[in-house]
Write a protein that binds this ligand. Structure first.
Ligand code: NOJ
Length: 534
């Protein structure tokens, strides 16, 4: 699964914003990678408070991105090349500029009132709900027009839809059918674990009001809604489905995707991607433990997504590898090897195939992400340490992963206009044009390892066994299926490291390696990755 952030991929009309025609112009490139499916971040009409995650018309295309004709051409172009399309479905909330919300807020008796969550002010202030994006961290916004509060877990311009209302649910299924009838191949359900709510809005235990996953996810009827969605829409089309997030427990995750429950196809859990949140580094032992645990829980039943990045994260190589020019390529290839050799469906974020890195803005004005700007304001208003905050976001802000795709050495080849967010200055040397000519580039390594995964079913379905578990530097595991056995060795450190696996490698064949010659298996070079066939 190759994820495209349309705003930053390729601009065709010089307005500085990526668009559908831009993606169309790069379909041959995408095909050349060997990926099978494209997940597009939202492309529906939107005032862009949250870059398309605030939809004002679910049956239309965002003006910045083009027209419905462009969309049809894009889908056709993908299908002609054997590529599938997964659309982002943002239905935990809409934009406050959606017609439903305009109606809903206009009066207490409007037929759309119950499409959203309102709390009449004469009942007093509702129990506190945390908002991830609000400048005051408050998810209830008072609206004087009808003397009531409305709920928004994300920004004020993203009011939460009321899934408890059957009419709203039918509207959403209608929207899904509209796109499925067009022939798309799947849905990624944005923030869906938060959709179902206890509409009595009880107070959460003191001190836990901000525990978002534990108290806000997997509300009372969530599974019923998914089963209803499955029987009404998903089961009627040849589409795949994945929800963002997998609840709070393994049981939640299983319940979302066990085939006999008829809900979704694939779990997308955050525990792995959340590990690298400290610029000082992370523990490989922890990393191994998390990925091994998730693999074992899904070994017999259910199916996982494997990923280390997406549009809500800073760059993979900066967070999990080492973006110092000395180690950038090799650590990026090592991480790519990890993603492509685990059991589950690999999700790969555009630009990571080049080893794109964090931009590390110095000034708050360079950031575009509304949630970051609001948090900056919150810190300012509450006397927070702004210097510390600025340092933190250099490492972790999602805008680092949203800088324009680096196509070539001319203004990155992304746009002829002024890009909506600054281009990473390393585009002059780090770009697709340069890498395509270099057989040893990250880009060509990505192509090779995808081809390898397609050739070896064992990499997709094979049993996973962790070796040398307590090794703090090297991640070693085997994959086995129908008599085939592969060994994966990954040095996660910038210094040579040894590994003790108790396997005779004298007859083993190296299938891929991220250096020009592979080590013999006992000692690994910095960030070395090797796959052996045993
Ligand atoms: C999760 C999306 O991935 C993120 O980009 C967005 O800001 C929130 N959901 C709200 O839709």
């Amino acid at each position: 699964m190759y994820q495209i952030y349309p705003r930053s991929f390729k601009d065709s009309d010089s307005d500085g914003i990526g668009d559908l025609k831009g993606i169309i112009s790069k379909l041959d490139y995408i095909k050349s990678l060997g990926v099978d499916v494209i997940w597009l971040n939202p492309i529906y009409s939107s005032p862009n408070d949250d870059n398309g995650y605030d939809v004002s018309d679910y049956r239309n295309i965002m003006k910045d991105f083009g027209t419905m004709e462009d969309f049809d051409a894009l889908l056709k172009g993908m299908h002609e090349r054997g590529l599938k399309l997964v659309m982002d479905l943002v239905v935990n909330h809409s934009s406050d500029e959606h017609e439903w919300f305009k109606q809903s807020r206009s009066s207490r008796t409007n037929p759309y009132r119950n499409y959203y969550h309102w709390w009449d002010a004469e009942r007093g202030k509702p129990a506190y709900r945390y908002s991830l994006f609000d400048v005051n961290h408050d998810a209830w916004k008072y609206d004087s027009l009808t003397n009531a509060y409305y709920l928004h877990y994300f920004s004020r311009k993203q009011p939460d839809l009321n899934w408890e209302n059957p009419k709203l649910r039918q509207e959403i299924y209608g929207i899904m059918k509209f796109w499925a009838d067009k022939g798309i191949d799947g849905f990624r359900l944005d923030a869906f674990q938060f959709a179902a709510k206890d509409t009595t809005f009880p107070a959460f235990p003191a001190g836990f009001e901000k525990n978002f996953v534990q108290y806000y996810a997997m509300g009372p009827h969530l599974h019923n809604y998914l089963q209803e969605m499955n029987s009404g829409v998903l089961s009627k089309y040849d589409v795949m489905s994945v929800a963002e997030g997998a609840g709070n427990t393994f049981e939640d995750a299983h319940d979302l995707v066990d085939a006999d429950r008829h809900e979704l196809n694939m779990a997308y859990a955050f525990e792995g991607v959340d590990i690298a949140n400290d610029p000082k580094g992370y523990s490989l032992l922890h990393f191994k433990e998390v990925f091994s645990k998730w693999d074992s829980v899904f070994a017999e039943k259910g199916w996982l997504s494997i990923f280390l990045a997406n549009h809500d994260q800073a760059r993979m190589v900066t967070r999990f590898g080492n973006d110092n020019p000395e180690f950038r390529d090799v650590s990026s290839k090592m991480l790519t090897t990890f993603i492509l050799t685990m059991r589950g469906t690999p999700y790969y974020y555009n630009g990571d195939e080049l080893g794109m890195t964090n931009i590390r803005f110095d000034k708050i004005d360079d950031y575009r992400d509304m949630s970051t700007l609001n948090e900056y304001q919150y810190q300012k208003n509450t006397g927070g340490d702004l210097k510390q905050f600025m340092e933190k976001i250099k490492f972790s802000c999602r805008d680092n992963g949203r800088t324009p795709f680096q196509w070539d050495s001319s203004n990155a080849g992304f746009t002829n206009g002024t890009p909506w967010i600054k281009v990473n200055p390393n585009y002059k040397t780090l770009n697709e044009a340069a890498q395509k000519k270099d057989q040893n580039s990250c880009l060509n390594y990505f192509r090779k390892i995808i081809a390898l995964r397609k050739k070896y079913d064992v990499l997709v379905y094979g049993k996973y066994t962790l070796l040398d578990k307590s090794n703090p530097d090297v991640y070693a595991y085997t994959r086995e299926l129908d008599g085939k056995k592969l060994l994966v060795l990954l040095n996660f450190k910038s210094v040579p490291a040894s590994v003790s696996i108790g396997i005779d490698l004298s007859k083993a064949k190296v299938l891929i390696n991220n250096y020009s010659t592979a080590s013999n298996g006992g000692a690994l070079k910095p960030y070395e990755a090797i796959i052996f066939e045993l």
